[in-house]
Design a protein around this ligand. Structure first.
Ligand code: ADP
Ligand code: MG
Length: 704
């Protein structure tokens, strides 16, 4: 959610926390360190647990370790022990006596609680030197001062996650004050619109119950991971997101596109020439695409399938349909290397059929630019390239189909800019990262989904082993063996998201070391900062066997195909997503000989690393791996938040809540069926809130 959008349509929530009593500049700075700046942020700073301080426990019934509230009368009070280092106060109730002890204290303060004072003492029960129960450093409150609204006694008290330098009592106090000021003001258009088992509380009520549990709160309410209030807040977030996707889908479906309805001769010829038969999944996908493109509305379809499930043929089939219908097709790849490789594959399929293809990469260069423009304006029927394809100056004669490869690499915005150009083309998105199905549904909710479940060539098994940093020498030994056998290897250097410069340096240093270690072999370097031609030449030398070791960054992640490469070593493996590693290892063992992959952890891999990497060693099922990554790291990390376009929710968590999505969608579909424009008073408010929250991010063109 972008910073300028408050979580609810309540301008008050943009207010700085500094506006609350007891929040001075130092506290503001410390809170900011936890990303707590506005009231809207603090609203979702939810308690980690609760202390039940509702009823006092009789002294005789105290148990060790219990957080207890004791109500009693002071029977003695004064300094204690040698040299007056301790302070001791004894409380008595109808059932017994209890000592309270302080090691650090302000004497005058404690002396204020004299004999006969009626007090509440709140603290954890521990054991004294003679086995008796005691409280160390309890909080004390006079019974006469404790009214029904007291923040610390007679109620369930929220325990917030620790904020360094801000006392828990301070946090509690100003959070309570903020909640008081927001009371009854949080607008919730979903209130009363959803079944109560799904949405037991409206948003304001759910937040109030989270921060200030009511007196009658039951054990369920006090479990922050399962409370009904949590469910309501999660549904609130997911509902608007899903509605945003539904609106986006509707925008597409109501836009017009040129229907592409060829007889299918070109496609038939493509299929005749194939050395294999399509899998049922491929046939189904092609049939769905054919149907989509024949309509007068733009297709929006996601073709999801693990590496090697044969997405390229499906994409080529779609191109044949477009070309025969007199339109142009464009395929956009994430890197130049991939674009060139796609062009080679597509040319092999399409040139024999008389289709004219052109490459569009590196648009910065003037000559190149002119060539791209000429190809687009009529010279070519199929254009394959990078984002250069869609630079501002390129105008297509008749662009009918856009295919985007490796969808997760592109931000939502790039995709939108593309779709917005001229009349809307039909769009097919290829995703090689197997997205867990639940997530695919939720994320790509505005697209139709075609799955390729089977790998036509059978499962690809790459023997995979995880190595700790200390054992990295084993990887070099393995590399030596592979080279001895006359085979080739990739060495992948860690991805440093922040800077491809550092990334490149890492690869450079590794290449240099390996080059010294293997003087008889050619070690080459490939990274994203090299220019396209240089990358191509390097790759060509590796493919032709002139070099034997290719040290690379993740430019080789997808698509690169060198059958003689049998070993892949990944350095700093914990830095990669599991799905990404799975993709990477798919690069070896593509020829007759089996492949192997060594995942070498970095020096400080973190706790989860070993467990995560073990998943890869144990399975070669991409979907299973994606699922595991989702559970172990959460979707933002697993897919890379930037790349996935996945929104950062405050409460909802895909791994828990995604199962709700189908039900939410059904509800939304019902709404749209009855009132397609969402014009009715209640639905209009819901729609307006969805656009307010997601309009920019999802590119919902309609104004609220
Ligand atoms: P993806 O892009 O999904 O990773 P590709 O389209 O590159 O997969 O296909 C992987 C390999 O499988 C290619 O060599 C391709 O020629 C081959 N292939 C595709 N479909 C079939 C099929 N139905 N039967 C046999 N081989 C196929
Ligand atoms: Mg592919």
């Amino acid at each position: 959610m972008q910073a300028s959008v408050t979580p609810f349509d309540l301008p008050l929530l943009a207010t700085s926390l500094a506006a609350l009593p007891g929040v001075g500049p130092v506290t503001v700075r410390r809170l900011a360190g936890r990303e707590l700046k506005s009231w809207g942020d603090a609203l979702f700073f939810l308690p980690a647990r609760y202390q039940d301080r509702r009823t006092p426990t009789p002294i005789a019934e105290l148990s060790l370790g219990q957080l207890a509230v004791v109500q009693g009368r002071v029977v003695s009070s004064g300094v204690w022990g040698h040299k007056g280092k301790l302070y001791r106060l004894v409380l008595e109730d109808a059932t017994g006596r209890l000592g309270c002890l302080w090691f650090r204290f302000k004497r005058a303060h404690l002396e204020g609680y004299g004999v006969d004072a009626e007090l509440y003492a709140v603290g954890e029960v521990s054991q004294g030197p003679k086995g008796e129960m005691q409280l160390i450093h309890p909080e004390l409150y006079r019974v006469e001062d404790v009214g029904p609204e007291h923040p610390s006694v007679g109620r369930v008290v929220p325990v917030y996650p620790e904020v360094e330098g801000v006392a828990p009592a301070t946090l509690r106090r100003f959070m309570a004050e903020m909640m008081r000021r927001c009371d009854g003001q949080i607008p919730d258009p979903l209130a009363g619109m959803l079944p109560s088992d799904l949405y037991p509380h409206d948003a304001g009520e759910a937040l109030a119950r989270a921060h200030q549990p009511p007196h009658e709160a039951g054990p369920d309410d006090l479990d922050p991971s399962a409370a009904p209030w949590r469910g309501s807040l999660a549904v609130n977030e997911l509902m608007y997101f899903e509605l945003g996707l539904a609106l986006k889908r509707r925008t597409r479906e109501s836009a017009s596109a040129a229907p592409l309805k060829p007889e299918g001769r070109l496609l038939a010829r493509l299929l005749e020439n194939l050395p294999f038969k399509l899998t049922p999944g491929q046939q189904e996908a092609i049939a769905a695409i054919e149907k989509d493109m024949s309509r007068g509305h733009p297709m929006g379809r996601l073709l999801a399938g693990d590496v090697g499930t044969g997405k390229t043929v499906v994409a080529t089939a779609a191109m044949c349909l477009a070309v025969e219908a007199g339109a142009q097709a464009a395929l956009m790849a994430p890197t130049e290397v991939l674009a060139r490789q796609h062009l080679a594959t597509l040319s092999a399929y399409l040139e024999p059929l008389g289709v004219r293809l052109a490459l569009a990469v590196g648009g910065a260069n003037g000559n190149n630019g002119a060539a791209i423009r000429e190809a687009a304006s009529g010279g070519a029927q199929v254009l394959v390239g990078t984002h250069a394809l869609f630079s501002a100056k390129v105008e297509f004669a008749k662009l009918g189909l856009v295919i985007i490869d490796e969808q997760h690499r592109f931000g939502v915005h790039q995709r939108l800019a593309l779709a917005a150009k001229g009349t809307r083309p039909h769009m097919l998105v290829l995703s090689a990262t197997p997205i867990p199905r639940t997530l695919a549904l939720a994320l790509a909710g505005h697209l139709d989904l075609s799955d390729l479940p089977e790998r036509p060539l059978g499962p690809q098994k790459v023997a995979t082993r995880a190595l700790e940093f200390e054992h990295r020498k084993a990887a070099v030994d393995e590399l030596a063996k592979v080279l001895q056998r006359g085979e080739q290897a990739y060495v992948i250097c860690p991805l440093v998201e922040a800077s491809d410069k550092i990334e490149a340096q890492d690869a450079v240093a590794t290449a240099r070391r390996l080059d010294q270690y293997f003087p008889k072999h050619q070690v080459e370097l490939l990274h994203g900062r090299m220019d396209g031609a240089e990358q191509q030449e390097t790759l060509a030398r590796f493919r032709d066997g002139e070099s034997q070791v290719l040290v690379a960054t993740t430019v080789v992640e997808v698509g690169v195909d060198v059958p003689a490469a049998t070993l892949m070593i990944v350095l700093g493996a914990e830095r990669f997503g599991l799905s990404q590693l799975h993709q990477l290892r798919g690069r070896v063992g593509r020829g007759a000989k089996p492949g192997a992959c060594l995942l070498v952890a970095g020096p400080n891999p973190g706790e989860l690393s070993a467990r995560r990497l073990a998943v890869l060693a144990s399975t070669s099922d991409g979907a299973e791996i994606a699922e595991a990554d989702l559970y172990l790291r959460g979707p933002g990390e697993a897919l890379g938040e930037k790349q996935s376009g996945l929104p950062p929710f405050r409460v909802a968590r895909w791994e828990i809540d995604a199962e709700l999505v189908p039900r939410l969608r059904e509800i939304i579909a019902g709404w749209l069926k009855d009132d397609p424009e969402m014009k009715g008073k209640k639905l209009a408010a819901v729609r307006k809130e969805a656009v307010r929250r997601w309009g920019r991010r999802l590119g919902l063109v309609e104004a609220g």
